[in-house]
Structure formats: structure tokens, C-alpha cells
Design a protein around this ligand. Structure first.
Ligand code: PCA
Length: 322
């Protein structure tokens, strides 16, 4: 055997060894490819692929193309997708603690939202572990406002409006304000507003911008009701199969993605709302009467949440300090 053949042989062996371990993870995302959550998830995926030298390749599938938003949590839990991102507060049926970020008017700005995240993170991680899921990172949506096809000066204006909900809290807010909620994923939003299935919603400027809601909706009220968060989770078995080095690479990339994503959400918050004005939407604050109505329903929902979340919920609020 000459030197060249020997070398070629060992390269082939090396490649075989690498490919025996190399793994590809499809990452399920619910939101548009151009949304900052998805863009940062794509950067996170590329960073993991690079840090592991391709040993673990992560490929993102945005816009609900692998699993729709409402399917992602179950798909990752069952291992149908090894990794995915989900809006945490839509999972309140599994555990009331998942709804803490959407308790109305509890945290209404980025600094408080971060404090609430820090206070609730240990309980979140524990709840996920019970479902054999490994937590990687979590990132907020900007403060939630109210979209309507007509002005909202009184409860009469809202009465009977069809409302697009994304979790139980938004459904109950709508009911408390006299509207008619239906759950619709962000990927189906433009269609829902175009066909009149939805006439109002609570969401951030981010989702209204992604879905060009100015084509259908005339008013945006900057309520700042709460900042819901997405989280990126890994199937427990898939996590357990990884080498320690690959786990460390994922953990490091996740910390990086989380920091970038929080900064991006805050940076884009007012920009999104400027785009509404530029596209002819009316951007306002709620009047005093309506603000009081939102707060009235919000307080009822907070009390109901505290009851459901019990001691664990009270402990999170105590750690949060409010
Ligand atoms: N956008 C997501 C959740 C909260 C938000 O701001 C949505 O509307 O589906």
C-alpha cells in the first residue's frame, strides 16, 4: 500500500465514522420565515451545524410547513420532530404555569417581561421535564395591542365582533369584552381577516406586520396588555442521544439566540407600529372607558389564573415581586 492509498483509506474511514454519528434535525417553526423569531432560529440552527462540524445539522421549517403551530408541542413531545418552537401560553391546558406570561397587565414592558421570565424559568423547565422535553431558549413578542376593523370607543363598538384568539387568555378577554373568539394560527391570519372570519384580535405589531393586516384592519390600539413568549424545546430522547459536546454546542447557541432575540424584539417594537401608520392604519391608545374595561376583564382573568396555578403560580409571582 503506498502512502496515497493509506491516506485515502483513512479519510474514507474518518468520513464513515462521521456520517455514522451525523444527525439531521428538522426544526418546526410556526411563524413566517421573515419574522425575527424564525430568522434567529435559522441563525441558531446554522450556529449549531457549524459548532458541531456538521455532526448535528439543524434545519428550520418556518411558517408551519413541517407542523402547524397548534401541533408543534405534541410533535416534539412524541419525537415526530426532534426540535421545535411554540407559543408557551397556548399550552395552558397542560399546565397553568405556561400561561404566566399572558396574565393581563402583569408585565407590560420588556424589563418586567424579562423579570417575569427569570422568576418563572425554573418552574417552566421543570414542567417541560415532566413531559420529557428539554428547554433551550425563550423569546418574547412585543407588547400586545388590540386590532379592530372599526373604532373601539365603547363596549357597544366591540359587541359581536369576530375575534381571532391564539390562546385561552385571548379567548377569555374577547368574551369578557363581548366579542366572539375563534382560535386561528398566525399562518392563517391574512385569510381569516380577508374573509371576515376575524374582525379583531389581540397581538403584537409584529404579527400584524407579517400578515399585512392594514389591508383588512383600520385600527390598532397600543394596549401593552402583556408580552407572550415562544420557547424552543427538544424531545427528551433526542436530547439524551446527543454527545456531551453536541449538547454543549446547542446550549451555547441557545443562550446566544435568546439574547439576540430579546434585543431584536425590543428594537423592532416601535418600528412595526410605525409601519402601520405608514400604511394608513389609525394607531391610538384606548380611551379611559375602554382601558378600564380591558383592565376589568384582565383582573378577572388574573384572579382565575391564580386559582388554577395554585401555590406554584403564587410562588412565581412572589419571585417576580409583584
Ligand atoms: N404574535 C403571535 C403570538 C403573540 C404575537 O404577538 C400570534 O399572534 O400568533
Amino acid at each position: 500500500m503506498n502512502t496515497f492509498t493509506k491516506l485515502a483509506g483513512s479519510v474514507a474511514l474518518l468520513l464513515a465514522a462521521t456520517s455514522a454519528h451525523a444527525e439531521k434535525w428538522d426544526m418546526a417553526l410556526a411563524y413566517s420565515a421573515t419574522n425575527y423569531h424564525s430568522e434567529i432560529a435559522a441563525e441558531f440552527a446554522a450556529a449549531v451545524t457549524e459548532a458541531t462540524g456538521g455532526d448535528l445539522e439543524v434545519v428550520t421549517h418556518p411558517g408551519g410547513s413541517l407542523f402547524g403551530g397548534s401541533e408543534i408541542f405534541g410533535a416534539v413531545r412524541k419525537g415526530l420532530a426532534p426540535i421545535g418552537e411554540r407559543l408557551i401560553s397556548a399550552l395552558g391546558n397542560d399546565n397553568a404555569l405556561f400561561e404566566v406570561d399572558s396574565v393581563p397587565f402583569l408585565a407590560t414592558g420588556f424589563a418586567d417581561s424579562k423579570k417575569l421570565y427569570d422568576a418563572s424559568k425554573p418552574a417552566l423547565i421543570e414542567a417541560l421535564e415532566e413531559s420529557r422535553l428539554h428547554f433551550l431558549y425563550s423569546c418574547p413578542w412585543p407588547p400586545q395591542g388590540f386590532y379592530s376593523v372599526k373604532e373601539a370607543n365603547s363596549l357597544d363598538d366591540l359587541s359581536g365582533l369576530k375575534f381571532r384568539a391564539y390562546n385561552a387568555t385571548t379567548s377569555k378577554m374577547a368574551e369578557g369584552l363581548g366579542m366572539l373568539p375563534t382560535k386561528i394560527e398566525a399562518a392563517e391570519l391574512s385569510q381569516a381577516f380577508a374573509t371576515g372570519v376575524a374582525q379583531s384580535m389581540i397581538s403584537s405589531g409584529s404579527t400584524g406586520y407579517d400578515r399585512k393586516l392594514w389591508e383588512h384592519v383600520s385600527h390598532y390600539y397600543d394596549v401593552k396588555a402583556w408580552l407572550p413568549r415562544n420557547m424552543v424545546i427538544v424531545n427528551g430522547k433526542a436530547w439524551g442521544r446527543l454527545s456531551e459536546d453536541n449538547q454543549a454546542a446547542l446550549t451555547a447557541a441557545a443562550a446566544d439566540a435568546e439574547a439576540k432575540c430579546w434585543a431584536k424584539a425590543e428594537e423592532l417594537d416601535s418600528w412595526y407600529i410605525e409601519q402601520f401608520e405608514a400604511n394608513g392604519m389609525k394607531v391610538e391608545k384606548l380611551n379611559r372607558e375602554m382601558q378600564a374595561e380591558f383592565e376589568r376583564v384582565g383582573a378577572e382573568l388574573k384572579a382565575a389564573w391564580l386559582e388554577r396555578a395554585g401555590d406554584a403560580g403564587a410562588a412565581v409571582l412572589e419571585a417576580y415581586g409583584k
